[in-house]
Write a protein that binds this ligand. Structure first.
Ligand SMILES: [Fe+2]
Length: 470
């Protein structure tokens, strides 16, 4: 086995039953709950590769923290795709960057009827309306038991909201007491649907027609507005998607001559209040956004173009070439009364997989962003954690040679006064040791408080959440 970061792209085949992890250091007594993370963990079906990192089969990982102890469980999501592909040893469902050779009819059906997808929900988890859901970019979520990680089933909605692609980054709106998400309906009239999710179902906020839809992995939410960032990575001909000969994402084209557009939508009325052009760029992740007089501040992990998507094919990641790019933390100033958006760099440290103190700061002026980045001067996979003070424009990092940390999840201390009073939880691959560990950092200082050793290298994940009381 390779001794570098590529261990994070090795396929797993089995669930890992609940096991107690040895802990070094001292876990805070208040840190009780479960970190649940999601990500691809098996990249082949028989002799066939899923090709792209984003198409690997979903596995949930839980770290239950209580009374100074940590227990780990890893379990594959029992999706339709998991069952069929693993049993048959072949690939049967379309994904982000794969489209198995099937009849034209099947391909059209899989685009226009989401129940024909494999429901490989491998991107994120969320607690929405009291249910624990695994999410991806096709609309149907998978409910799971947060204690055992057992798959409970597909969550569908009996309403007239339709679409083929959504985001795995819904927002939680404390004013509306609802989740908010975006879904794109591709068809003769393509529309972005914005909607609320509550225990009683989904309600449309807006339906926004679009000629050349952008690929959007996330969006921003201020106190009044939903902020769509329509990148210059767009689908030039929507109907080609239905009759496509290429996998989903390979139909999108980065168009360097086409502006990126911030589309600002009133979250209550659904009215489009501004469309603000910016120079072309691409991103997966919004960090935060807020209102500042007659402009919006939109912080985002930005890339010059969409080349990163190509760098995340498994052949590229596992091959001898360079490591993928990492984004720049940019602050866009978005004028609501006319003019173009402009940006400034918030940190010279690269950053993606961003997190903030969400409950306190989302949609509001804030001070600290956290993420994973690439250490300056290294040509490597994500190899450090970064904390950026977006007011002082300073940063602190956590780095250990040969270690590859994932997304840092911020957990606030109870009754915390300071915004950064709390811990960051990150699952780290220790390549030299051939194992992973759960790292607990003091968010204020970015210094290690404790770690819990996993007896195996875990595949890199995308996103996770900390659920108190579970
Ligand atoms: Fe994401």
């Amino acid at each position: 086995m390779t001794a570098d970061f590529r261990q994070g792209f090795v396929s797993h085949t089995e669930d890992i039953e609940r096991t107690s992890l040895p802990v070094t250091g001292d876990l805070p007594a208040w840190l009780e709950g479960t970190l649940i993370r999601n990500g691809p963990a098996r990249f082949e079906a028989g002799p066939h590769s899923y090709r792209h990192w984003f198409d690997g089969l979903a596995m949930l990982h839980s770290f239950h923290l209580a009374a100074g102890q940590v227990h780990y469980t890893g379990r594959f999501i029992q999706s339709r795709q998991y069952a069929r592909d693993t049993a048959a040893g072949s690939i049967h469902y379309s994904g982000f960057a794969i489209d198995p050779c099937r009849s034209l009819f099947s391909r059209v059906m899989s685009v226009f009827f989401p129940e024909e997808t494999g429901n490989n929900t491998n991107v994120n988890v969320a607690r929405l309306a009291g249910r624990y859901l695994a999410l991806t970019e096709t609309p149907l979520a998978m409910e799971f038991d947060p204690r055992t990680l057992a798959t409970l089933g597909v969550v569908g909605y009996d309403d007239d909201l339709t679409g083929q692609v959504t985001t795995a980054h819904p927002h939680d709106d404390p004013d509306l007491h609802a989740g908010i998400n975006l879904m794109t309906h591709f068809g003769p009239t393509t529309q972005y649907h914005l909607f609320r999710i509550t225990a009683t179902g989904r309600t449309r906020i807006a339906a926004i027609p679009v000629q050349q839809p952008a690929y959007m992995h996330s969006f921003g939410l201020t106190q009044r507005y939903i902020v769509l960032c329509e990148f210059s990575f767009r689908l030039p001909h929507v109907l080609k998607l239905a009759f496509r000969t290429r996998p989903f994402i390979e139909n999108f084209v980065f168009q360097p001559q086409q502006d990126t557009v911030f589309t600002v939508v009133d979250k209550v009325s659904g009215a489009v209040v501004a469309r603000v052009p910016a120079d072309p760029f691409f991103a997966f992740h919004h960090v935060n956004a807020y209102e500042d007089g007659d402009r919006l501040i939109v912080d985002i992990c930005a890339y010059e173009d969409a080349a990163l998507i190509g760098q995340l094919y498994l052949d590229a990641l596992r091959g001898p070439g360079g490591a993928p790019q990492v984004g720049q933390l940019r602050r866009y100033s978005v004028p609501l009364a006319g003019g173009r958006a402009t940006w400034e760099l918030l940190s010279t440290d690269s950053l993606d997989l961003p997190r903030i103190h969400y409950r306190r700061c989302n949609g509001r002026d804030y001070q600290f962003a956290y993420g994973a980045g690439g250490r300056s001067g290294t040509q490597d996979f994500l190899n450090q954690l970064v904390k950026v003070d977006v007011k002082q424009r300073t940063s602190r990092t956590w780095y250990a040679p040969g270690c590859y940390p994932g997304e840092p999840v911020f957990v606030p201390a109870p009754d915390a006064a300071a915004e950064d009073d709390g811990v960051l939880l990150s699952v780290v691959l220790d390549a030299a040791a051939g194992t992973s560990f759960l790292l607990v950092l003091a968010a204020a200082t970015m210094t290690e408080i404790a770690r819990a050793q996993v007896p195996a290298p875990l595949p890199f994940g995308f996103h996770g959440q900390f659920f108190g009381g579970v």
